[in-house]
Design a protein around this ligand. Structure first.
Ligand code: GRF
Length: 206
């Protein structure tokens, strides 16, 4: 299965996918990187791995329909069947979500529905976990629907939170958990081991 990765920043999860593909563990083919910030490190990672990359920003288009058309044609040209969001900081047009229903996957750095929703991204999430005094946090890998941080859950993994942890410590532990598991989920989806029935995921990433 051909996949497109959408990223806005450093792209360490994107790099994991690249590395697992290089080692032969990931069966999906990374056909395209789409980014909205041309200076982001994810573009460098794509160049180094010879993965085609497109800079597509909603700011380049007058209407959302034009933006959607551009995304759809880029994905169609690359024969993409699954979109993998890896730190993508823009809300996707609803038309894209409709066209790729249950074929867009995202990773959130907490255990949804806790610590999710608008404004809950990056360090905001880990600061909120610390302030709340949660004893565990983790990652949620989920299909994307029209609501923020919502959609059928593919996998969740927890990590402990210790009282002496800073928000940065929590972020480091969570990111490590992301790196260990996101590529597995992408692999399971691309091999057809994960299906969605009535909004609930069947199958596991193991
Ligand atoms: C990760 O923490 C992920 O959970 C969130 O954005 C971050 C992306 O990190 N959606 P990276 O760009 O893959 O390093």
């Amino acid at each position: 299965m051909k996949i497109a990765v959408f990223a806005s920043g450093g792209g360490s999860n994107f790099q994991q996918l690249i590395d697992r593909k290089a080692s032969g563990e990931l069966s999906a083919e990374i056909a395209l990187l789409v980014g909205n910030n041309s200076k982001a490190t994810c573009f460098e990672r794509a160049r180094n791995a010879n993965i085609p990359a497109l800079h597509i920003s909603p700011a380049h288009f007058e209407t959302e329909d034009e933006y959607l058309e551009k995304l759809l044609s880029a994905l169609q040209n690359a024969k993409v069947e699954l979109i993998v969001l890896a730190g993508y900081m823009r809300k996707l047009p609803d038309g894209l979500i409709t066209a790729f229903r249950n074929r867009i996957v995202n990773i959130h750095p907490a255990l949804l529905p806790a610590f999710g929703g608008q404004g809950m991204y990056g360090m905001n999430v880990h600061k909120a976990v610390k302030e709340f005094g949660a004893k565990i946090t983790g990652i949620t890998i989920h299909f994307v629907d029209e609501e923020y941080d919502h959609g059928a859950i593919v996998a969740q993994c927890s990590v402990p939170v210790y009282s002496e942890d800073s928000a940065e410590d929590i972020a480091t532990r969570v990111l490590k958990c992301e790196h260990a598991n996101y590529w597995r989920a992408v692999d399971a989806i691309s091999r057809g081991s994960i299906t969605v029935e009535d909004g609930v995921v069947r199958g596991s990433i193991d």
